[in-house]
Design a protein around this ligand. Structure first.
Ligand SMILES: [Zn+2]
Length: 356
């Protein structure tokens, strides 16, 4: 077994064609209910830092990682297994995985750009690997030098490799540029949905939709997620939705509105970056993931549990401002703090309800 899972993290069942099963689709109501907890995956150590030229020392990244865990975040994307010469900022990913695996209850996730990266992820013992699949042909060629269908074939290879290794490392596919592309422009929803199905058929355990370049609007988000939920429901397993993540950038100020629209459509897990840092080196003008603290506030303000401790998250944000002095940080809630009218039980949130 190459990877070990935290006790509260159910491993994916073996590969099968869900459409061949006569069993009824797994019920999704308990997960999609409005009171259901929402998981936030901190992706600042990967999506955030990859867009910043300076390299943070490993010791500082570990402080960030531990502070995120202490603030109640239970999934962190700690880095990316890309060649270090392409992204020296993330060259210490292996060391971060190693340390992150010691934190109790933390799901340790890494980005992998290809089969080689997946091999390293499997060896590292990470709990989950995220493979980007661009819905835009032009973005896919610029980012990975492959067509989307080449990437789908690679997903199948990664799945075979994972199964042959006896690993339980979850294979998640993130559909990037799902709402538009700075290079290609419009990305057809039908093409996004075709690739979602192709990724699941190729063996991905779950998929997410990403607005890589900040083009999405809330109506578009709601409609595409609703269609995608309909399509992916037969692939749900043991009550876990196959469509399992929303990833939004706040490039044009609609990040939180898009999170809300996706939540309304049933999404219960989001990527976010403390301080709203982030971007994509091959998507000119793209900047800023939604800020973790703002997403946590949005959800807590509606009484949705996230497990996040605001005070601890604000402390992390202040530290981050020091570590990244001179870099623009974004977000709103840090300026004004929580409103006095926010009930203490919501402020504390949430931590008790999803304590792990
Ligand atoms: Zn991103």
């Amino acid at each position: 077994m190459l990877a070990c899972m935290p006790p509260d993290f159910a491993p994916a069942p073996p590969a099968c064609d869900p459409r061949a099963s006569t069993a009824a689709p797994a019920p999704t109501a308990p997960l999609s209910g409005r009171a259901a907890p929402v998981a936030l995956r901190e992706v600042g150590l990967r999506d955030g830092l990859q867009s910043i030229a300076r390299t943070l020392p490993t010791a500082t990244k570990l402080q960030w990682l531990r502070a995120a865990h202490a603030a109640g975040l239970r999934e962190v994307e700690v880095g990316s297994f890309v060649p270090p010469r392409l992204m020296p900022q993330l060259a210490d990913t292996q060391a971060l995985v190693h340390e992150a695996l010691r934190l109790p209850g933390l799901v340790v996730s890494v980005l992998v750009p290809n089969l080689k990266g997946a091999e390293r992820a499997l060896r590292s013992g990470a709990h989950a690997m995220l493979l980007p699949l661009s819905a835009s042909q032009a973005h896919s060629l610029a980012n990975l030098r492959k067509t989307p269908d080449d990437v789908v074939r690679e997903i199948a290879e990664i799945r075979r490799l994972r199964d042959a290794a006896g690993s339980t490392c979850l294979l998640e596919v993130g559909l990037s540029t799902a709402f538009g592309c700075t290079i290609q422009g419009r990305v057809e929803p039908d093409e996004v949905l075709r690739l979602v199905r192709a990724a699941l058929d190729a063996g991905a355990d779950r998929v997410g939709l990403a607005d890589t370049v900040g083009y999405a609007d809330p109506r578009q988000v709601r409609e595409l997620f609703e269609r995608a939920f309909e399509l992916t429901r037969p692939y749900d397993r043991a009550g876990e939705p196959a469509l399992a993540c929303g990833h939004f950038h706040d490039t044009r100020g609609l990040g939180l509105a898009n999170v809300f629209a996706a939540w309304e459509a049933g999404v219960r897990r989001f990527d976010a970056c403390t301080g709203g840092i982030g971007g994509c080196p091959h998507a000119p003008g793209a900047s800023g993931n939604v800020a973790t603290e703002d997403v946590a506030y949005l959800l807590a303000s509606m009484g949705v549990p996230t497990g996040v401790d605001f005070d601890a998250l604000m402390t992390l944000r202040r530290s981050l401002a020091g570590w990244l002095e001179g870099e623009p940080l974004h977000g709103h809630i840090w300026r004004a703090g929580l409103p006095r009218t926010m009930p203490a039980r919501r402020r504390e949130a949430t931590a008790a309800e999803v304590a792990q």
